[in-house]
Design a protein around this ligand. Sequence first.
Ligand code: PCA
Length: 321
Amino acid sequence: MFKQLATATLLTGALFTSAVNAGQWHMPTPYGDANLPTKIAYEFAENIKAGTDGEIDVTVHSGASLVKHPEIPRAVRTGQVQLGEIFIGIMGNTHPVFKHDNIPFLATNFDDARKLWEAAKPEVEKQLDKEGMVLLYSVPWPAQSLYTKAPVNSMSDLKGLKMRAYSPSTSRLADLMDTTPTTVQVPEIPQAFSTGIIDAMITSPSTGANGQAWDYLSHYTDIKAWIPKNVVVANKRAFRRLSDEQRQVILDAAAKAEDRGWTGVRVTAAEDTATLAENGITVSEPSEELMQELQKIGDVMIKEWEQEAPKEVGAILENYR
Ligand code: PCA
């Protein structure tokens, strides 16, 4: 209650400030300060401030402190805030183009993920534009792998477990794996495990390491199923109101952020996987049987996804392949 009140007050404050001073911008982000995307967001804000001689002063509100993650797209669309960071997958129900982000085994290494992103970007931009948003940059996560409380040799070891979901696609995946999907946001993961709300999850080594996964689970099976991304978007009207010079500063800062993300993620992926092992989690390669079973599910999901929007998804897949 208090937190929501505080958020409402802050948001009113944000609107008020932007009315009197067009240079004060707000940027809610979903994840905490330990995460690479958040570090990049702070740097992005600094570069904008420096490049515009303080004319645009972006305040980053990390860890969903200003706006809850599922509400960030609406906050940017309606101009409640000028900028925002969003995990692409959570917009999967808005339009299927956003689902390219969470499809198992479509792109499982960073080179392919970058190609998939280039292939999907025009469709994603089109859709964001319809919703009054401008795409600025993306930051990938490390590949998503399987965390459990016991070794997993085949899918039968997962049957009936409560599996964390963080997007419409991961809910569908959990169904197809014969597990029960339960939506849990990152900050609630430790408690969800310790109270039995979830028994398993598929996420990056970074999210596991940041959440000290060794406190509540024991096994990490490195299935590397997909490489999802965050995007940073601007409210279209706020962006258009800027001068050409100011817009260029933001676009340059965005290009820098994009580079830093795609380079930096390779380092954090390796470091954070090592951290899991150092803290006692059994890190192992998946069995062939498990991979074959999961890949079959991936094929089903690609087909279902294509059928949802044959034109747009077809264009993404054609560009990619
Ligand atoms: N961490 C975020 C998104 C993807 C990731 O690696 C999460 O688990 O919600």
